[in-house]
Ligand binder design. Structure first.
Ligand SMILES: Nc1ncnc2c1ncn2[C@@H]1O[C@H](COP(=O)(O)OP(=O)(O)OP(=O)(O)O)[C@@H](O)[C@H]1O
Ligand SMILES: [Mg+2]
Length: 334
């Protein structure tokens, strides 16, 4: 990720993406992902080779008119709207950005989870130091084949956003991932959103079918972004169950790494703005009556900075994906 000596200048009409859960975020000289008001985000093209690799991959996915593997892949990734050139220096653009569909859009109660896929999260060109640091970050990945890198949840009990930082994610284990990780993401109050879990499983199975049929690409350190809207009227949701009390006690011990975002934070300001724009006195967003904001769930593949050409099925990704599907299905069976 590019470093800057002073606060980076952002392209006009953009601001740091308030729902960014993982990766390099705005601040400390980084730019990160930026929100644009037209329903897109700008992702800074990182220094070579990673940034160019991701740019080339998006180009390939969206330009091809004959390759069915790529045409099919389009529905599993954010829409790509080309490259934006940022501030210039002597006529040369200093920064480039990928313009991508914003997967969170204007959700009134956004819940976002970034899951990095694969047992191996380092690419074939990684240095021994990079390999060692990747392995040390989250050893249970060898069994799980996937790992959480960040999570943000609108908690309907607290009526505010709760952020689960990278330390929360790294404290998860093979044993606790199901309930304290996946379960926690889909838990609202005392309920699991089983309707949303089922929708995610269906989508992941389509992605699995794509992976089982392609031998052109190997995805290292790529993520799945899970997104849903937490409706306030939880009782309206179908197929929701109580979480156990024992679970709540366990979660209390991880409380340090869950941060209730205060109302001054960007994301809560966004939430308040949405409430003002479209709420009735019960706190329900009125724009829900006209569009499907109230029930919204999505899964997309993101982060292609380490996608490499291949001649075999991507067993590394498939292992994690099948495990993730299995784990979500066992949540459904609870
Ligand atoms: N299309 C999108 N819509 C909404 N949010 C997104 C989108 N793409 C990325 N994000 C948010 O930004 C975060 C980081 O994105 P991404 O993984 O692409 O970049 P990164 O991790 O900084 O890149 P790298 O891993 O190469 O450093 C995601 O976890 C997610 O919260
Ligand atoms: Mg990432």
């Amino acid at each position: 990720m590019s470093k800057f000596l002073s606060s980076p200048q952002l392209p006009p009409g953009t601001k740091p993406l308030p729902t960014q859960v993982a990766g390099h975020k705005y601040g400390d000289g980084n730019i990160g992902c930026l929100e644009v008001d037209d329903g897109t985000i700008l992702k800074l093209v990182q220094n070579p080779p990673n940034g160019q690799r991701e740019l080339d991959f998006y180009d390939e996915i969206f330009k091809s008119t004959y390759d069915n593997t790529l045409i099919e892949l389009r529905s599993f990734v954010p829409e790509f709207h080309g490259v934006i050139h940022g501030e210039t220096n002597g006529g040369v653009a200093k920064h480039q950005y990928l313009k991508l569909e914003n997967l969170i859009k204007k959700l009134s109660k956004p819940c976002v989870l970034d899951i990095k896929m694969g047992r191996k999260t380092y690419d074939p060109e990684a240095s021994p130091e990079k390999v060692a640091s990747q392995i040390a970050k989250f050893p249970p990945v060898l069994q799980l084949g996937y790992q959480f890198t960040g999570m943000l949840k609108f908690d309907t009990d607290k009526n505010k956003m709760v952020k689960y930082d990278k330390y929360f994610c790294r404290k998860l284990t093979e044993k606790t991932m199901l309930i304290d990780g996946l379960g926690e993401f889909f838990r609202q109050g005392k309920y699991y959103r089983k309707d949303y879990i089922q929708a995610v499983v269906d989508k992941l199975k389509s992605i699995e079918t794509w992976f089982l049929n392609q031998k052109k690409y190997a995805f290292y350190a790529s993520s799945l972004l899970l997104v849903y809207n937490a409706s306030v009227d939880i009782t309206e949701a179908q197929d929701i169950v109580w979480c156990s009390e024992e679970k709540e006690e366990k979660l209390d011990s991880m409380e340090d790494n869950k941060i209730d975002l205060n109302y001054e934070s960007d994301i809560n300001q966004t939430y308040d703005r949405l409430k003002e724009e479209g709420s009735d006195e019960t706190g329900n967003s009125s724009f829900n009556h006209n569009n499907p904001d109230r029930s919204f769930v999505d899964v997309r593949m993101i982060d292609f900075t380490h996608v490499f050409p291949s001649e075999d099925r991507d067993e590394n990704y498939i292992f994690g994906l099948q495990n993730l599907i299995k784990h979500l299905q066992s949540l459904l069976d609870m």
